[in-house]
Design a protein around this ligand. Structure first.
Ligand SMILES: [Zn+2]
Length: 252
């Protein structure tokens, strides 16, 4: 309340204590809101005469640290927290329908273990971790399955037919397994063209293809070329999509 009123908190500890008091309420409010969104989608589908029709959704994960930032620095994974969101593709709003928050951090567990007590996270009293520290943080199969169980907790659960995602197909397997019904994987343009950029940037070109006195200069030129090519290809694709009024078979 103080933060909303633009009153600065007295200290970091104060923010922490406030968070501890309201976090459960905020989680419940968000969960109820997402449940409402799912009900609205059901009602919308019924109004359009598409009751019990599978819907399209998109999903992605965000980490507290970039997953590749630990390379060469630590034998552990860089990220310790993950937020996995599942959004609907039924309305233009693309509301979030389900969220999975994975957390490996647990101060109490670390403290108890340092004192010589045998505790495992998650599971002990007041544990803040939601996933065991030895699991892979980027396991999208588990995260997607958790989101699907969230959908299945409804009285009339939504069924998903298509997933728009990055190249990680593990999520689709996880979700399909949980749902007991195959989901088709669609590629998201952002990630798709970004993989094209990465491939072009490391592709072996002839040594005289890019101008530059040193190797670093030539590599820099290749990276710029890759970025330019990506943007041009994406523009071409989007214009083509518009021109053929989103008729994919005609585009082919
Ligand atoms: Zn713990």
């Amino acid at each position: 309340m103080l933060l909303v009123a633009n009153i600065k908190p007295a200290s970091a500890t104060n923010i922490h204590q406030t968070c501890n008091k309201v976090c459960k309420i905020i989680t419940d409010v968000n969960k109820n809101s997402m449940k409402k969104i799912r009900q609205v989608i059901q009602e919308l589908n019924e109004k359009c005469g598409l009751a019990n029709t599978p819907i399209r959704a998109e999903r992605d994960a965000r980490y507290n640290n970039a997953t590749f930032s630990a390379i060469g620095k630590t034998p552990f994974q860089a990220a310790t927290q993950v937020t996995y969101t599942l959004s609907e593709n039924v309305t233009k709003k693309k509301n979030v329908m389900a969220v999975f928050c994975g957390n490996k951090l647990c101060k109490k567990g670390t403290h108890l273990r340092a004192k010589g007590k045998e505790v495992t996270c998650p599971g002990h009293e007041d544990c803040t971790a939601t996933i065991p520290p030895e699991t892979t943080i980027g396991d999208e199969k588990r995260s997607a399955a958790e989101c699907i169980s969230e959908l299945q907790s409804d009285d009339r659960p939504l069924v998903i037919s298509h997933f728009t995602s990055d190249g990680d197909s593990a999520a689709v397997f996880g979700a399909s397994e949980k749902q007991g019904h195959m989901i088709e994987n669609l590629k998201d343009l952002c990630n798709f063209f970004d993989s094209q950029r990465k491939q072009t940037a490391k592709a072996p070109f002839s040594s005289h293809m890019f101008p530059g006195r040193t190797k670093a200069m030539r590599e820099s030129m290749q990276r710029r070329f890759a970025l330019d090519l990506k943007l041009r290809c994406r523009t071409e694709y989007e214009n083509c999509f518009k021109h053929f009024s989103s008729d994919l078979p005609l585009m082919k």
